[in-house]
Design a protein around this ligand. Structure first.
Ligand code: NAD
Length: 515
């Protein structure tokens, strides 16, 4: 079978990668700049591979790709794919997990060395012809210092190995790694507060999730030692950047080494650029030649495996629902896969899933008390000039707009404001379960940017249910009536197909055929 493999950016294939693809398909390279052109580029593809491209493989796009079997990300972060939608559409997603750990750990070490020995400041001084005496660049030794690693996964562990080589003591905070596993690796397991207060360097290696969004803010910075340095090569929003700037200005900590930022690329006017105690790099920690080649070959081979019907080595989410948490249209339940929680979180940067044992707080909920409270949060699509950016909050009636969801929404709103010189017309009730902003672009209709919370099934107008079913059938022409009903339930976050819901949805199916 000659599969159609679309590369969404120009990637120079190594001979190994080329061989991996030969025999399974033909590679087309397509450069897409605006989201509106993405669907045409990928609609007929069997496989989509990308490294960096400026758009989003949204639910909307994925549901229209009828032949798509696999998405390969030559990298780790999966910020550009709606993983839940990919799973629901039977598309396997693979990435370059584990291939970048050495490079990122090296980079964190490089940032620490630059900070300890004033490498950048002294280099700049020489370039400027400024003959300052060496004592102006007095540094300190890493040996004997304590490194605190937040997130003891692939990168955190590699960094610990490097730090031991420099004679540092290492403590680590990772609630998802058993303390004895941290001890076995030679580090001391500690709580976050202990780590912050007892480290000379704090280096962040957690994925961006709602839990880690602004994990380091003003309170955490205040716990750090005044002479300590913060290093971040993970994701920008894990640090509250405004608080970091304030802490650096106020001497709360000594300095920071950053590869990632809340908004990337870093804006030319960022206050970070005006600070003397920072070393900044433009998200290059993974950009080492061996790393990139390894990542490419690993992903391309996995894409070929999936096309041949074999099991991939680095699945992020599997079309058959075995690797990532996936929503089952048939049972309406969320499954946590085997394996560590960390893997789950790393897979789902913008999609958060949580289960607790809390009872449903609303006695008036159509399904009454539910034993487990479930929620999923997804962002969908980039802001374009004519399209609202939505944050969906779906669940069984007690969903929350989390910090991460709200921050994504805010970023989207700000981008839209900048692009269209729009004004905020109205700020919706930004409570715990609602978040909405209405933007008015001069000369055009208002754009509603909103969180869509769960609604009572029977509050959803019938024509909306019908439209949803039609849309589903377009993507999945062979969907059974049962599947259509499950799809609607999923969309609005209901858990069970009760007799009452079945009657309501059967009416919708009848109307769909009549209309
Ligand atoms: P990993 O999944 O192997 O490790 C992440 C660790 O973080 C896990 O052990 C997990 O248990 C832990 N963790 C999760 N939530 C936590 C929390 N709330 N508190 C403490 N620990 C928590 O991932 P990895 O390969 O080590 O990568 C880490 C991150 O590095 C990636 O998610 C990615 O965002 C980033 N990264 C950046 C670059 C770059 O170029 N700057 C390149 C590759 C990866």
């Amino acid at each position: 079978m000659n599969y159609d493999i679309v590369f969404l950016d120009r990637v120079e294939l190594t001979p190994v990668s080329r061989r991996a693809l030969e025999g399974v398909g033909t590679v087309r390279t397509v450069t897409v700049t605006v989201q509106e052109d993405l669907l045409a580029a990928v609609r007929d593809a069997d496989a989509v591979v990308y490294h960096l491209f400026p758009n989003q493989l949204t639910r909307d796009v994925l549901e229209r790709c009828r032949r798509l079997k696999v998405i390969g990300r030559i990298g780790i972060g999966m910020d550009q794919v709606d993983l839940a939608a990919a799973g629901a559409c039977g598309v396997t997603v693979v990435n370059a997990a584990g291939t970048q750990a050495a490079a990122v750990a090296d980079h964190a070490m490089a940032l620490m060395l630059c900070l300890a020995r004033n490498v950048v400041a002294s280099h700049n001084s020489l370039l400027a012809g400024d003959r300052r005496p060496p004592r102006d660049f007095m540094g300190f030794e890493l040996e004997g210092k304590t490194l605190g690693i937040i997130g003891f996964g692939a990168i955190g562990r590699r960094l610990a190995q490097r730090a031991f080589g420099f004679g540092m003591a290492v403590q680590a905070y990772d609630p998802y790694v058993p303390p004895d596993a941290i001890e076995e690796a030679g580090a001391t397991p500690v709580g976050l507060t202990e780590l912050l207060g007892g480290s000379d360097f704090v280096s962040i290696h957690v994925p961006l999730t709602d839990e880690t969004w602004h994990l380091i803010g003003a309170n955490e910075l205040a716990i750090m030692r005044p002479g300590a340095y913060l290093v971040n090569t993970a994701r920008g929003p894990i640090i509250d950047e405004a608080s970091l700037v304030a802490a650096l200005r106020g001497g709360v900590i000594a300095g920071a080494g950053l590869d990632v930022y809340e908004e990337e690329p870093l804006a030319p006017g960022s206050p970070l650029l005006a600070l003397g105690q920072v070393v900044l790099t433009p998200h290059i920690a993974g950009w080492a030649i061996e790393t990139q080649l390894r990542s490419q070959e690993s992903v391309v081979k996995d894409v070929a495996r999936v096309l041949r019907g074999e099991t991939p080595v680095s699945p992020v989410s599997s079309g058959s629902g075995t690797a990532a948490p996936s929503h089952s249209p048939l049972t309406g339940t969320w499954r946590r896969p085997g394996g560590s929680r960390s893997a789950t979180q790393a897979m789902l940067p913008y999609t958060e899933w949580e289960e607790t044992g809390l009872p449903h707080p609303s006695a008036t909920h159509p399904f009454g008390a539910v034993p487990g409270l479930r929620r999923i949060i997804e962002t969908e699509g980039p802001v374009t000039t004519d399209r609202a950016y939505k944050v969906y909050i779906r669940g069984s009636g007690s969903t929350r707009v989390t910090k991460l969801a709200r921050s994504k929404l805010d970023q989207a709103v700000n981008r839209l404001l900048a692009q269209k010189q729009a004004q905020i017309d109205e700020l919706g009730s930004p409570g715990d379960s609602e978040y909405q902003r209405v933007l008015r672009v001069p000369g055009s209709a208002p754009v509603v940017v909103r969180e869509i919370g769960s609604r009572d099934l029977y509050e959803v107008p019938m024509n909306e249910v019908v439209a949803l079913m039609r849309q589903r059938l377009e993507g999945f022409p062979r969907a059974s009536h049962e599947e259509l009903m499950r799809f609607v339930l999923d969309t609005y976050g209901w858990k069970r197909l009760t007799d009452k819901a079945r009657t309501y949805l059967t009416d919708a199916i009848r109307l769909m055929y009549e209309g």
